[in-house]
Write a protein that binds this ligand. Structure first.
Ligand code: FAD
Length: 399
């Protein structure tokens, strides 16, 4: 059987896998990128993707280095300059303004499908990367290489295999890596909504006892809704007619943007925190949702996945010789696993503190929000971390 040899095989061309393949390809590595569902095109006239991400400055810096940012910026992306977060139970509120921080914006809301498409277009220009429309079915680790089998019998081999195949990673399962998981017993409902007042380039988030409700500004003037709510509430909301859902939503969000005038189709995603017990094994590394999934309340999931891609690239490029050596891969794991774990626990803290209406906690958290709002250095520090302007950032992700 014919076997094709690469330096690295990346499994999964979601935003993280495609970015990693691009970074490695630009660095001269021979890369195979496997993806069973390659999009045929990106249609600017089509309804925006229901899945959008708040792309922070670290992710933007990576996209700039990969040569895709210009292509993204020429499409329908939506910079946001402000963020307002408030508690439905009380008067606590915090407001972040990019101008106060001396920055032009806090981040951009971009459709996931657009990011993936821009990266795939860039990959098509790189002779060092071979994109293969197929799913991984089996893999075998040998002392000097890893071999991947595709459904049609093709075999590929490489020094290193990277699992970027999402939350239900087959790579992770085949490698026998366990996952620590915790169900939030919530679903994230997503849809697009039109509102009476303009969104003012602001990301709005209201903490309700049943979970956070975010309205994120879209380029077409509507907002992308992410409503993380308890399973029972989510089930009720998904069963409502558009008209009844619109009314429930208006009630839950309050008056800030006036009436909710229209809602699009809806989708709901179960929310789980998952963390792979190991990110690496000899000849294997996990990145993105294959390694971790977190609560979407601070819009950090893909941003930390893209930091994985940058850190892994940097660790591999610094190494001499075999890319699959555990010593090299451990550097990546040490770098990213602790940082991701901290982010997950921070999100859990928010989830717990805001997701309940225990009486002693309500005034305390309202006080904390309003206090943080008044203390500029604290506020600025919080925001700079969320924007990816500070922290233990790989070179590829530095602005
Ligand atoms: C409601 C919601 C809102 C969110 N909002 C934000 C936000 O605002 N900001 C943010 O940063 N994050 C957000 N996230 C998280 C973000 O969407 C994910 O972290 C991100 O999409 C993960 O990207 P990925 O490339 O790691 O995985 P995926 O996007 O899951 O990509 C995995 C790819 O692997 C492919 N694949 C699967 N199996 C195989 C196989 N056997 N062989 C080959 N390929 C395979 C799949 O087809 C897919 O293309 C949100 C998540 C949810 C649920």
């Amino acid at each position: 059987m014919k076997q094709t040899r690469f330096d690295v095989i990346v499994v999964g061309a979601g935003m993280v896998g495609a970015a990693l393949a691009c970074a490695l390809g630009l660095s001269g590595k021979r890369v195979a990128l496997l993806e069973p569902h390659l999009p045929a095109s990106f249609d600017l006239d089509a309804e925006p993707d229901l899945r959008v991400s708040a792309i922070n400055r670290a992710s933007q810096a990576l996209f700039e280095r990969l040569g895709v940012w210009q292509a993204l910026a020429a499409q329908r992306i939506s910079p946001f300059e402000n963020m307002t977060v408030w508690d439905a139970t009380g008067s606590g509120e915090i407001h972040f303004d990019s101008a106060e921080m001396g920055e032009p914006y806090l981040g951009h809301i971009i459709e996931n499908r657009l990011v993936q498409w821009a990266l795939l277009q860039r990959l098509a220009q790189l002779a060092s990367v071979t994109v293969i429309e197929a799913a991984l079915s089996e893999l075998a680790f040998e002392p000097d290489q890893v071999t991947v089998s595709l459904a049609d019998g093709t075999e590929l081999s490489a020094e290193l295999l990277v699992g970027a195949d999402g939350a239900h990673s087959r790579v992770r399962a085949l490698a026998g890596i366990e996952v620590l998981s915790r169900a939030y017993d919530q679903k994230g409902i997503v849809c697009h909504v039109a509102t009476e007042k303009p969104h003012q380039r602001t990301a709005w988030q209201r903490f309700l006892p049943s979970g956070p409700l975010a309205f994120l500004p879209l380029a077409d003037g509507r907002c992308s809704l992410v409503w993380s709510c308890d399973d029972a509430v989510a089930e009720q909301m998904m069963a409502l007619s558009d008209e009844d859902f619109r009314l429930e939503l208006a009630q839950a969000f309050g008056e800030r943007l006036g009436a909710v005038t229209a809602v699009s189709e809806r989708a709901a995603f179960p929310l789980l925190r998952r963390h792979a017990e190991q990110y690496v094994k000899p000849r294997l590394a996990l990145v993105g949702d294959a390694a971790h999934t977190i609560h979407p309340l601070a819009g950090q999931g893909v941003n930390i996945g893209l930091l994985d891609a940058s850190a892994l690239t940097e660790s591999l490029l610094e190494s001499k010789g075999d890319l699959g050596q555990l010593r090299v891969l451990r550097r990546y794991e040490r770098w990213r696993r602790g940082n991701n774990s901290l982010m997950m626990h921070t999100m859990d803290g928010f989830y717990r503190v805001f997701g309940n209406d225990h009486l002693p906690l309500v005034p305390l958290r309202n006080f904390a929000l309003s206090f943080a709002d008044r203390v500029s250095p604290l506020k600025s520090q919080l925001m700079r971390h969320a924007m990816g302007l500070e922290g233990d950032l790989p070179q590829w992700s530095r602005s």
